[in-house]
Ligand binder design. Structure first.
Ligand code: RP5
Length: 168
């Protein structure tokens, strides 16, 4: 794979089951990425090093996923000028509501995007990262358009099937 443009970081390997959907979405669009497991709490120094060096390593957008007391996206965002897209992970006790609130409730001055809990958030963070990159990449913009059109076509097909069935 060529030089990574998107950095995906997650707080634990247990998040990979969800975050592989972000990686797969980027792969489908041909966007090179790097994937790391780093924790705001368990490996704070390595997390800071990764965030501080992201720009110089050529990354342009960061996706940060964590669950529970999910401080990873916010901490990373405080250490880099890059856009940081937070993905709250489903959690054992509060179904991800703790992750969502920890990710989204950032103090003013540290802008950090927050997506939906779990797989939809992982997929959308990847698509959003691609939209940012597509601002100066026409080929990627065309791929995103094709993706949007294919998605619409699938819904219209469903509509045809369901409405036909309902007529008996
Ligand atoms: C968070 O704690 C991780 O992002 C993960 O979602 C959650 C649980 O981690 P493990 O105990 O499964 O490693 O830091």
């Amino acid at each position: 794979m060529s030089q990574a443009l998107v950095g995906i970081v997650m707080g634990s390997e247990s998040d990979l089951e969800t975050m592989r959907h972000a990686a797969q979405q980027l792969e489908a669009l041909g966007v090179p990425y790097e994937l790391r497991v780093l924790s705001a709490h368990r490996t704070p120094e390595q997390t800071a090093e990764w965030a501080r060096t992201a720009v110089d390593r050529g990354l342009r957008v960061l996706i940060a996923a964590a669950g529970g007391a999910a401080h990873l996206a916010g901490v990373v965002s405080g250490l880099t000028p890059l856009p940081v897209l937070g993905v709250p992970m489903p959690s054992a006790h509060l179904q991800g509501l703790d992750s969502l609130l920890s990710t989204v409730q950032m103090p003013g001055g540290v802008p950090t995007a927050s997506f939906a809990i779990g797989k939809p958030g992982a997929v959308n963070a990847a698509l959003f990262a691609a939209r940012i990159l597509a601002l100066d990449d026409q080929k990627l913009r065309a791929q995103l358009e094709a993706h949007r059109e294919a998605q619409a076509a699938r819904v219209l097909e469903s509509d045809k099937r369901v409405s036909k069935a309902s007529k008996g």
